[in-house]
Ligand binder design. Structure first.
Ligand SMILES: NC(=O)c1ccc[n+]([C@@H]2O[C@H](COP(=O)([O-])OP(=O)(O)OC[C@H]3O[C@@H](n4cnc5c(N)ncnc54)[C@H](O)[C@@H]3O)[C@@H](O)[C@H]2O)c1
Length: 379
């Protein structure tokens, strides 16, 4: 019998953005076997998609309650061991909670829930049931991001003195100025998306990235958000000043109305000795900046990289690593955890990161609503 991890998917149907990324990532290191799921709430589309991608249809279920009920009837050796949740945000919490309560390992898209209160409940549920839980802050899987984390932890740039992350997209620009269109996207509907659009969707990646690479926790935020229209309840742009531990200050700049921008996510960390810069649209280059010296460019796969970085590189230097590889590395780390093999804690984001992400979103919105004041995050 195959020793692959039996894997199910909720959401991520043929009409979705993120489904293909998870399917490819899960197959990248030959660790997972996709055995079923619920790809879509419309049965014909659900089953039709399973047929289209060529997986057996006997474990395609009508909804996620049925998935849990039917999977629990199977012997443990056949049952799904992990389920990925790739639905719109409002379904993450009920799905993850019920899966955890029934002993399944979970990989959940971000934002983990629609509120901090839900995130704390989920954290509590995980503590009781003790399975593996990962949140897919996808970009933490890039080899050069892992290298950045390790170099900063090793003191290569000295004491950190400035942190900066920018996540600029322009995709909402053609939607936001059209009243009908802005009323029909789920991301601008608080019931489906949560209390924030831009900060929840991409600002949270920037927040997690700063904490991941710098190793510093963000302690407080002061936000100025932008909504553009009075009938739009959801932020679509924001500038957030942050204060981290060790008196480090910085900024998160995030936008979905940065006209013409695609996925312009960058992170810059400056220390007393050097700075490190990385750009998602050019992810194979990590720039090392030092006073009075020419800039150096570090690339994946070279032996000068850390073990954590090299573990996420499959081919010799010069073969570009992209977003699929990055997500593949997260799935690889989760597979190690499920199989009880040793792994580095930088290999995948956990419940702790998901909870912190939700706390950040809520405190950022609160800061804006209270008139752009400093708000402390929970420690
Ligand atoms: N990690 C990242 O970088 C990243 C990038 C994009 C999206 N996301 C996250 O992934 C999630 C999905 O985003 P998307 O852009 O793919 O959304 P989408 O709207 O494109 O797709 C959502 C999918 O969920 C399915 N779905 C809806 N209700 C369902 C239900 N009740 N049961 C089963 N399936 C259901 C839909 O049919 C569709 O296939 C969101 O939480 C989003 O924030 C993360």
């Amino acid at each position: 019998m195959s020793s692959k991890i039996k894997f199910g998917i909720l959401g991520g149907g043929g009409d979705s953005l993120i489904g293909v990324l998870h399917r490819i990532a899960s197959s990248m290191y030959d660790q997972y076997q996709l055995v079923g799921g619920v790809f879509n709430p419309v049965w014909e589309e659900n089953i039709g998609f399973a047929e289209q991608i060529g997986i057996p249809t006997n474990r395609i279920y009508i909804d996620f309650d049925t998935l849990i009920e039917e999977e629990l009837k199977l012997p443990e050796t056949e049952r799904m061991q992990v389920v990925s949740i790739l639905t719109p945000n409002f379904l993450h919490f009920p799905m993850a909670k019920k899966l955890l309560e029934n002993g399944f390992n979970v990989i959940c898209e971000k934002p983990m829930t629609t509120s901090y209160a839900e995130a704390k409940i989920l954290e509590n549920t995980l503590q009781k049931h003790n399975t593996v839980f990962a949140v897919t802050y996808t970009y933490t899987g890039y080899p050069m991001i892992r290298q950045m984390r390790e170099m900063i932890a090793n003191g290569d740039i000295g004491k950190v003195q400035k942190v900066d992350a920018q996540y600029y997209q322009g995709w909402i620009n053609p939607i936001i100025h059209d009243k009908e269109k802005r009323a029909s996207t789920w991301r601008l509907n608080p019931e489906k998306s949560g209390i924030s659009c831009c900060v929840g969707d991409i600002g949270t990646h920037a927040f997690d990235m700063i904490e991941y690479v710098s190793g510093l926790r963000v302690n407080s935020v002061l936000a100025d958000l932008n909504y553009l229209y009075s009938d739009n309840k959801m932020d679509i742009d924001g500038t957030i000043l942050i204060r981290c531990e060790d008196d480090v200050k910085g900024v998160i700049r995030t936008s979905q109305i940065a006209t013409g921008e695609e996925n312009n996510f960058t992170v810059q960390i400056y220390g007393e000795k050097a700075g490190l810069k990385w750009e998602q649209e050019n992810p194979n280059y990590l720039y090392l900046l030092e006073d009075g010296k020419p800039m150096r460019v570090l690339k994946p796969g070279h032996t000068y990289n850390s073990e954590l970085s090299l573990d996420g590189t499959k081919l010799p230097p010069g073969h570009p690593e992209g977003i699929f590889d990055s997500m593949g590395n997260i799935y690889k780390g989760v597979a190690k955890a499920i199989k009880n093999e040793p792994y580095n804690h930088g290999e995948f984001p956990t419940m702790i990161d998901g909870v912190r992400g939700m706390n950040f979103i809520e405190k950022t919105v609160e800061s804006h609503q209270k008139g752009n004041v400093w708000i402390k995050l929970d420690s």
